[in-house]
Design a protein around this ligand. Structure first.
Ligand SMILES: NC(=O)c1ccc[n+]([C@@H]2O[C@H](COP(=O)([O-])OP(=O)(O)OC[C@H]3O[C@@H](n4cnc5c(N)ncnc54)[C@H](O)[C@@H]3O)[C@@H](O)[C@H]2O)c1
Length: 353
């Protein structure tokens, strides 16, 4: 039997209990402590399982020799401070999305984890859903061919958040998924963001992100807190096939369409003519069978695997940092009425070539 790793969950608000439940159900982990500034909240969560202690002092958790790792589920503005303190105490760190509140903070976290030889993982939860894992597999094996476009919609009647706009609240999910799916990660040539605040809430409640990719491909993300209907859909078009992921349709979350447009560019007398050679493929549609496993359970197991194997987790700090660079470029683009804005080069920021 392998010895369990011991983790403390920091933050027992809305999301912390989901992390705690999955650490408890994993044979890899023992939930040693729950820490929240609100001690009653920490106690209520700690009491749900045997032997977990409740703390209100982060310093006490970090000073404990019997804790290997922390999982941070506090507001984004606190991620950098808590992460750097945890890394300085030799703890491995799992951080909720978004990795941090600024690119500079995210890069500092990545740099410190690398220097300390510690695992820094971003909880990009959707990347551990069976549907997204299957999509990655299909893209990796070339089932889609070259990617032509990605269209992601995440809209519903959402809580207008006090501290962040709709881009920082919802788009981290879409960006993290696209980053996970594209070989080499999401590295757009530019970011254009336009947003609307029709209720005068003081921040964008409706947002559109346009991300030109290499080779003329395009990704688009639509996020919205004001939609009465909930949509969670991503379409990924390729030269061979197109994937449609509808996360709200449990009977058929994923569909693969063998349909598309073929464009044969022929050279006649040295002149390229394309208009006459368009053809449409109208092949089968099929739906891959997907297991019903909880994403967070796979995520906490991946965290353990990375620590034990001394390797980068699938959604490492760098993936979190790439998402941050796009959110940061979106913030700058929004201020310039949607001007195409280059993301800061994340690897340079993290001190690597
Ligand atoms: N992965 C996902 O799908 C998902 C979903 C929801 C939220 N989140 C993320 O989880 C994080 C937390 O969000 P939430 O909705 O649970 O927030 P929340 O406000 O409900 O809970 C945050 C908790 O952290 C505590 N806290 C704040 N500062 C602290 C500190 N310094 N030390 C200890 N405790 C502290 C607060 O008292 C509160 O109980 C955010 O980064 C959010 O984006 C991720």
């Amino acid at each position: 039997m392998i010895e369990k790793l011991r983790v403390a969950v920091i933050g027992a608000g809305y999301w912390g209990p989901n992390l705690a439940r999955n650490f408890r159900s994993s044979p890899e982990w023992e939930l040693a402590a729950v820490c929240d500034l609100d001690l009653d909240r920490a106690r209520r969560l700690a009491e749900q399982g045997g032997g977990t202690r409740a703390e209100s002092s982060l310093a006490a958790v970090l000073a404990a020799d019997d804790i290997d790792a922390v999982a941070i589920a506090t507001p984004a503005t606190t991620h950098h401070r808590i992460t750097t303190a945890a890394l300085a105490s030799g703890k491995h760190v799992l951080v909720e999305k978004p990795l941090a509140d600024t690119v500079e903070h995210g890069a500092d976290m990545v740099g410190r984890a690398a220097a300390g030889g510690l695992v820094l993982m971003a909880d990009h939860t959707y990347c551990y859903t069976p549907a997204v894992l299957k999509m990655r597999e299909l893209i990796e094996e070339g089932a889609l061919g070259d990617i032509l476009f990605i269209d992601s919609v995440r809209i519903n009647l959402g809580l207008i958040q006090p501290d962040v706009d709709v881009f920082w609240d919802l788009a981290p999910h879409d960006l993290a998924i696209i980053d996970f799916l594209l070989p080499g990660g999401l590295r757009p040539l530019a970011v254009s963001a336009v947003g609307a605040d029709p209720l005068r809430s003081g921040k964008a409640c409706v947002g559109y992100l346009t991300l030109p990719l290499q080779n003329g491909a395009m990704a688009h993300v639509h996020v919205n807190w004001l939609s009465p209907t909930k949509v969670r859909q991503m379409i990924i078009g390729g030269t061979r096939r197109t994937l449609v992921w509808d996360d709200l349709n449990p009977q058929q979350r994923l569909s693969v369409y063998d349909r598309g447009v073929d464009l044969d560019i022929q050279s006649l007398d040295g002149v390229e003519r394309s208009a006459a050679t368009v053809s449409y493929r109208l092949g089968d549609t099929w739906s891959p069978a997907l297991p019903e496993t909880e994403a967070l359970r796979s995520m906490v197991d991946e965290f353990a695997g990375a620590i034990r194997g001394r390797r980068s987790p699938r959604t490492d700090g760098r993936a979190g940092l790439r998402v941050l660079t796009i959110l940061d470029a979106a913030r700058r683009s929004l201020a310039e009425d949607g001007a195409a804005t280059a993301p800061i080069a994340d690897l340079a920021l993290a001190g690597n070539s």
